[in-house]
Design a protein around this ligand. Structure first.
Ligand SMILES: CCCCCCCCCCCCCCCCCC(=O)SCCNC(=O)CCNC(=O)[C@H](O)C(C)(C)COP(=O)(O)OP(=O)(O)OC[C@H]1O[C@@H](n2cnc3c(N)ncnc32)[C@H](O)[C@@H]1OP(=O)(O)O
Ligand SMILES: Cc1cc2nc3c(=O)[nH]c(=O)nc-3n(C[C@H](O)[C@H](O)[C@H](O)COP(=O)(O)OP(=O)(O)OC[C@H]3O[C@@H](n4cnc5c(N)ncnc54)[C@H](O)[C@@H]3O)c2cc1C
Length: 672
């Protein structure tokens, strides 16, 4: 969408909001897109795809059957890819690979296929698995056909019995040197693969994670490329049982599936062998680090962080514009009803969500850069950065999906009753966002991985060993309870450091005490695990604050943009500090009087940011079609649009529905 111009129509409330913007909106748009060229690229992509009538949904998906919804989204998903592969114009405009990545992983992709793209897993996990886990030869064999869409794959790891505990997976791949094949089996019902997106009816291939057996020894889980359906008839292969798992809370057109194997044979070359290998005679060659088999998950966890804040961007854009258009109650008796955005409580719901978007953006960018560095180093044979990237990607995946999931729900609630309507699009944004709390590693489990890293790093620090960058602050930093506190942004980051390092020290100590009393480490760990997850969350919150402050202070920005980002950054920190004040009070990182000052400042910040709330969400530059909401369009024409959408209900096709004659009338007239 082009930047808003004063000549474009919008309702008077929004016109008023847009009159005095204190900062350069395009600069913010470019910052979040990754530069002006990227903004240009995104707008071209949006323009090109959204003007195509094939992507319109004449009937809202809610009125379609389960089967028709799937068929409709599959139609659009395939059309999208065909457009890429066949249309020279689009390839010139956006470039093939980068364009597809942008399409699937962006708001645009979400707008084109509304309730889950059946091809998403093909691009998000199947292709990255081949790239990340396959040898050069395997990439040459599979990538071309997969990119062209000749074969469609998914990532089949989770089973009915185990999603989290990967070492517990039951599917087996047993090597038979006499035929140089692996034999795949699902030894029980709990071994059935369960959940993979696109597995039900769309994919004809999958990367299957299975326990590898060679020479009668189990070597742990490894990735295999497995053909599931005939390439011509799409019938499932003999020995493969595959289907869809049924309706979900959301993402209902992703055809999440189940899969079982009965003595199903695949060639040796189908094991992805970049890191571990099985030689012709069955000899197993170990990887440099056995967790490299989990590499695709690390990549997707980082991608999810970006997706999380983009979902929140949609929700907060809808809710903020609506809050500027909606008038309710009286602030002053007898005065006109104010915009609900003028209520401080409403600002407290929405403006911290706006700040969160920047916080997650800067932190995700850092984790992505570190991930890229790791990828480069892996090529050189070094796994040194792996634990740092694993902990950061687990932690930020958990924090971003949690914050975005709850943030979207706050936005939905902030729209009152109308936020409950499907046509607001907030329910669908919520169900897609909240799914990320579970998939790609359930968040509690992710926090526990971070905690494991924190405790280990703390112990290493105590022994004088050097630490990775993100945890280097764990080297003890006792807070002075008497000194006057520095409450600047930097000062608050220091307070965070001090509070979190004390918390980690205390709980590492608690863990040790349990062990000293004779408890086995694993039981001691379980006894401390609530507190350990809290340490992990506090550590990652500190990390996002640190990244936010660092970027606001070091990026090249105009004065207006720096000023608004500084205030958002401050609001973000104060919001979380006041919500978790016990953490800061108990080690003396902040005093009660400091918290009181910060609480006062929170009100001042909300009032100072209120006039730019709509301008900020406008700067996110989310296309109306990507918002797909009766409440959030740029023009603010909320009520007419809601009425129009209601008219699309099939129940409104006739004045009196058939069900009246069948059920209601006999009841109502039964006494006649
Ligand atoms: C191309 C387009 C891109 C566009 C993107 C667009 C994005 C939008 C996305 C929307 C689309 C929808 C997609 C939906 C995708 C969902 C797919 C799935 O859920 S798939 C299914 C997802 N499923 C899950 O995520 C399952 C979650 N579960 C797990 O990952 C594992 O079971 C575990 C990590 C919890 C434990 O593993 P376990 O083997 O028991 O290990 P221990 O605990 O015993 O720790 C031993 C040591 O290993 C270490 N270490 C561990 N992992 C790693 C690692 N990765 N690395 C390095 N190290 C690692 C650990 O730190 C420890 O170190 P130390 O302390 O000894 O030094
Ligand atoms: C929409 C969606 C899409 C998905 N797509 C795919 C896909 O494409 N491919 C695929 O392979 N999988 C997919 N999954 C599966 C997903 O990755 C798993 O559901 C997820 O990893 C969680 O595993 P689980 O379901 O076994 O939960 P469980 O591990 O059974 O979790 C249940 C509860 O137990 C707790 N718990 C479990 N272990 C521990 C522990 N060690 N310590 C403390 N608490 C613990 C959890 O915190 C949680 O509260 C998808 C799931 C969803 C919802």
């Amino acid at each position: 969408m082009a930047p808003p111009t004063s000549s474009r129509y919008c309702v008077p409330d929004l016109r008023k909001e847009r009159k005095n913007c204190s900062f350069n909106q395009e600069e913010i748009t470019n910052l979040l897109d990754g530069g002006p060229e990227q903004t240009d690229f995104r707008r071209k992509l949006e323009d090109y795809f959204l003007k195509d009538p094939e992507f319109l949904d004449p009937i809202p998906p809610e009125y379609l059957s389960h089967e028709d919804r799937y068929a409709n989204e599959l139609r659009k998903a395939c059309y999208m890819i065909r457009k890429f592969n066949e249309d020279e114009e689009v390839q010139q405009v956006v470039g093939e690979m980068e364009g597809i990545r942008r399409l699937i992983g962006s708001g645009l992709g979400v707008a084109l296929t509304k309730d889950g793209n059946p091809l998403a897993l093909h691009y998000v996990m199947f292709l990255p698995s081949i790239m990340g886990q396959g040898t050069i030869d395997q990439q040459a064999e599979w990538m071309g056909r997969a990119w062209a869409g000749e074969i469609i794959g998914t990532y089949a790891q989770t089973e009915l019995g185990h999603g989290t505990f990967l070492r517990g997976l039951e599917t087996t791949a047993t090597y038979d040197p006499s035929t140089q094949e692996f034999i795949l089996n699902s030894p029980s019902i709990t071994a059935a693969k369960w959940w993979p997106g696109g597995l039900g009816k769309t994919a004809n291939y999958a990367v299957v994670m299975a326990q590898l057996y060679t020479k009668d020894v189990c070597r742990g889980i490894h990735p295999f490329i497995v053909q599931l359906r005939d390439e011509d008839t799409h019938q499932s292969m003999p020995g493969v049982i595959v289907g869809e798992i049924g309706p979900r809370l959301g993402m209902n057109t992703n055809d999440n599936g189940f899969l079982l194997f009965k003595n199903y044979r695949i060639p040796r070359k189908n094991m992805l062998m970049k890191y571990s290998q099985v030689l012709e005679d069955g000899t197993y060659v170990k990887p440099p680090n056995e967790k490299l088999a989990y590499g695709t998950m690390v990549f997707v966890r980082v991608a999810i962080c970006f997706d999380a804040y983009r979902q929140l961007q949609r929700a907060v854009t809808i809710a903020t514009r609506y809050a500027a258009v909606r008038h309710q109650s009286e602030l002053v008796p007898g005065a006109p009803e104010p915009q609900i955005l003028d209520y401080q409580t409403q600002q407290y719901k929405l403006i911290p969500q706006i700040a969160t978007i920047f916080a997650i953006h800067f932190a995700s960018q850092h984790v992505w850069d570190t991930y890229q560095q790791l990828t480069g180093e892996l090529h050189e044979g070094s796994v040194e950065l792996l634990p740092e990237v694993h902990a950061l990607s687990c932690g930020l995946k958990a924090l971003s999906s949690n914050d975005a999931g709850f943030g979207v729900e706050i936005c939905r609630l902030a729209c009152g009753g109308h936020g409950y309507l499907a046509s607001s699009n907030l329910p669908r944004i919520y169900t897609s966002t909240t799914a990320a709390i579970t998939y790609e590693g359930e968040n509690t489990v992710m926090w526990l991985q971070v905690a494991r890293y924190l405790v280990k790093s703390f112990r290493e620090a105590s022994q004088g060993q050097p630490l990775h960058k993100s945890v280097s602050y764990l080297v003890a930093q006792p807070a002075s309870t008497h000194a006057k506190k520095d409450l600047s942004n930097r000062g608050l980051v220091e307070a965070y450091k001090s509070a979190v390092s004390s918390m980690v020290a205390e709980n590492a100590g608690r863990l040790q005490q349990y062990c000293d009393k004779g408890e086995k480490f694993e039981h001691a760990w379980n006894n401390c695990s609530v507190l350990l997850t809290q340490c992990a969350e506090a550590h990652i919150r500190f990390f996002t604050c640190d990244m936010f402050v660092h970027n606001v202070e070091t990026l090249e920005l105009s004065d207006g943009v720096r000023s608004i980002l500084r205030r958002l950054c401050r609001l973000y920190m104060i919001y979380h500090i006041t919500l978790n004040q016990g953490l800061f009070l108990r080690n003396g990182a902040l005093a009660a009087s400091d918290i009181s000052i910060l609480e006062g400042e929170l009100s001042v910040l909300l009032a100072s940011l209120r006039p730019d709330a709509v301008n900020l969400v406008d700067a996110f530059d989310v296309h109306d079609r990507v918002l797909d909401s009766t409440l959030g369009n740029w023009d603010g024409n909320v009520y007419e649009r809601m009425y129009e959408e209601a008219m699309k209900s099939p129940l409104n096709k006739t004045d009196v529905p058939q069900a009246y004659y069948k059920y209601l009338r006999p009841l109502m007239k039964s006494n006649l």
